[in-house]
Design a protein around this ligand. Sequence first.
Ligand code: F6P
Length: 366
Amino acid sequence: MAEIRRIGVLTSGGDCAGLNAVIRAVTHRARRAYGWKVFGILDGTMGLMDRPLRYRELDSEMFSGFDILRAGGTVLGTVNKGDPFAFPMADGSKTDRSLDFVDGFHSLELDALVVVGGDGSMRILKKLCDKGSIGMVGVPKTIDNDVHGTEYAVGFSTATNVVTEALDRLQATAASHHRVMILEVMGRDAGHIAVSAGIAGGADVILIPEIPYTLEGVAKRIREVQQEGRSHALIVVAEGVLTPEGERATVAYAGGQTRYGGISQYLSDRIAQDTGTETRVTILGHVQRGGIPSMRDRLLASAFGVHAVDLVAARKFGRMVAWQDRGVVDVPMEEVCIGPRSLDPNGTLVHAARGLGIYVGEVNAA
Ligand code: F6P
């Protein structure tokens, strides 16, 4: 069995705070403990698919200042489009470029790959690595926190801190104007961000894709708040929530890409009508992904990075590092790559929210 001397690390999918802390931890551990060379692949899978290959060698000295630990984003760059198995070409067709990736890996003479990605990236990278017999270890990251096998993914803590702070700010202006403020947050088809930050930020209503709701239920809670003597209210809605008629709100971007977004405007109009109260909408967007990583994300990223390298050293490939029961463990990729992890509608967080009087959707619908 060939000795491990050179490993690659790449970040794939949407960026988030804490990615640089993972890259730093992987580099420190691989170089200091094992004496390996570490190559950062630029722009996710693209760095190995493009010719010439795009990468940079990472050394501990590069990270000896403390800036990287504190910096948001990823110094390696990332992409969240362009599946190598169905790669979009200039003429609009799609082609399989997976072998470009595999050849790129081998021509850089890498012995293993650490993939920092969310649920979608993890699935594609596993398929690529299986195809090329590449030893892969995964590190979960996504503000959505919807990766199976781990309680927390890197980026979630910072994002929820941002949302909580946004609610703190919105509360003051909501109170001044006697308004209902609707804050739309990211998360795709999962309500992890909305529920955690909604509880922490004192929301009156939290709407998530996992639990059906009614406009009457929302209006009832707003009226209750008003009867209790408070003339303002806070609503958090996850971007993946559908209208009661089952319609999805999306935003179209140039190049044919669409993203979730806009459900808050729909709700705003309906709630204003139903309650006679003035409403305003804030769509937080990519603010949730940027900024200085929280303590928890730096901690998670650092512990994950070290454990990922130790897995490579032990040749325990096809596994993802994970956080479970107050510690770092690792789980097989097969248990991870089964689609996004939803929030449990019967779990403790929803129970806590309801216990606080928050309307989280219809009780018997969950
Ligand atoms: O998966 C992370 C995420 O931020 C989602 O919450 C959001 O729907 C999506 O990415 C936005 O993607 P983009 O950065 O391409 O706009």
